[in-house]
Each structure stands twice: as C-alpha cells, then as structure tokens.
Design a protein around this ligand. Sequence first.
Ligand code: FES
Length: 121
Amino acid sequence: MKTIEDLKRLREQVQSDTRLRYTTGTKIIIGMGTCGIAAGAREVMSAVLDEIAKRHLQDVTVTQTGCIGMCEKEVLLDVVRPGEDRITYGKVTPELVPQIIAEHVVNGRILEELVVGKFSE
Ligand code: FES
C-alpha cells in the first residue's frame, strides 16, 4: 500500500507534469479523514493520479480534505468543474475512478447514481 508521503510525492509529480492553471481548472477533492483512509481513500487517490497521468489531463488539480461527517459514504470524491456545482460522489472505489474521470471530468456528464451531494460554489 502507498503511504501518504508516496501519494504526496506522486501528486506533486503529476501536478507539475500537467502544467496546472489553478484558477481555471477542474478540482478533484478526496476525503482523507480517518474514515476515508480506512475505507480506501489512499487507493482511490492513487487511482485518480494514475488516470490523470495516463490521459495526460491538464488543468486538473487533486487535493484532499478531512472529515465531513459522512463516514458511511466514504470514500468521498468531489469533482468541481469551473462554473458548475460541486458534485460529491460516495462509496468510490479505485475501479470507479476511470469512469468518473472519463464521464464527468472529461465529458461533463454527472454520474447521478453515484452522487451523494451537490453544492453550489
Ligand atoms: S471520521 Fe468519519 S465522518 Fe468523521
């Protein structure tokens, strides 16, 4: 299993590779509180970074957040496309990551069946 340090290094590497524009890009935010990590957030983060690197996606930043009080829905992954609602996906597994990235991050189609929250930014 990758450590938090490994993931941090990987994230920094992917982000420098993708020439980020922080103000305009899409954000992916992963819940890395205690329950998130217990539910597999590290593996989800790793899958997200792999997929971004594989697709050579630019303008995508990956960050983490702590506990937001939805333990039973972990792993939580938010996608925020510029000018759109913040969409929270629940019970995300590494296997679901390529689909979320292809459909929502790249094509802007929300995977309604996986959504647990929508917030206007
Ligand atoms: S640690 Fe899970 S909701 Fe706070």
